[in-house]
Design a protein around this ligand. Sequence first.
Ligand SMILES: *Cc1c(COP(=O)(O)O)cnc(C)c1O
Length: 421
Amino acid sequence: MKKTPFITLEKAREISAQIPTPFHVYDEAGIRANARALKQAFAWNKGFREYFAVKATPNPYILQVLKEEGCGCDCSSYTELLLAEAVGCTGHDVMFSSNVTPEQDMQKAYDMGAYINLDDATHVDFLEKIADKMPETVCLRYNPGGSFTISNTIMDMPRDAKYGMTEDQMAGAINRLQKLGVKHFGIHAFLASNTTTNEYYPELASNLFRLAVRLKNATGAHISFVNLSGGIGVDYRPEQPCCNISIIGEGVRQRYEQILTPNGMNDIAIFTELGRFMLAPYGHLVATVLHQKHIYREYVGLDACAADLMRPAMYGAYHHITVLGKEDAILDHVYDVTGGLCENNDKFAIERSLPQIDIGDLVAIHDTGAHGHSMGYNYNGKLRSAEVLLREDGSFLLIRRAETPADYFATLDCTPFMPKC
Ligand SMILES: *Cc1c(COP(=O)(O)O)cnc(C)c1O
């Protein structure tokens, strides 16, 4: 599908007059419409709930918008729990899916009354140690081992993944937890990332539903929810297929009817922990063209770099680029679009066909709303960019200021190196 930015040149200029580039901008209307489509797709399930994966876009304004759409927060660390708490998400509005969990983090999740998703059977003891009284409901993360395939395509290799526990370990953990007074159980698995097939969730769901039946039969436990976690992808490339959330919801419903209903388990709530699907398409990284150079290739240098968006450098990920105001111009130039890090992998695009680019042009890098700003870092002394929320009425709001050198120096003590007077 043709990729059209949600921001015009005019709007980008209006924002950049107040908030200098680079910045990430988020489309509130798009976020809300998509969250509603997800809810609609799973409306057949009484307890359905999306717990937004906070790590994708850890900003309280974004969490607030999603909260207004009925989403909870999926947290993996102490600070993510604090963020959830800051927007009033506590108790069962919070899912805590962590691994290699520090005690402080587990304690905080427990104190908040969050659903705790145990990554390993040994974490039963770990939880017992910090809990005055065991929670009524505990979630367990499953790792089926082997390879995870959908119609002969290998999606990922769970046997190589550090997450979750085996089925036997799950049954053992449930037995122990029941003795400790836990009454209800959730089961969770995350088996493939950024999937663009409508079959991922239904296939994962059927694995987890069958597992739920086996665990119930083996332990007598009451399974109260199945957490399908994240993993629904987006079409980063224009020619890529795009998921259809209503088809996905219907696929999960069919597996539910086939597997859970005949076993009398149709009180199970479906939970999701989507990050990318909820936010990626609704963010752009807006940057200004600073320089051009002509050597063995044509280079366009931006004021943004991999510190603002790491995915191309880290995974070779494709991010579509629109030169604002030149949306309909012919793509008769080939450029490498780069940032200024002293790393040759700091390239947002390699040999990309684009319209003629001029110094001062504003570009929108697409699909940066999830795992974009949040993966930012300070290499080369680069300062993390601002985040802006484009509201439904067309106004905009600074939701995170850009870092300043004072932020960079905040954790350093330079006084020993100052000249003595
Ligand atoms: C990263 C993560 C998610 C979100 O993944 P997306 O690919 O952004 O949907 C959800 N749950 C857990 C446990 C994760 O680690």
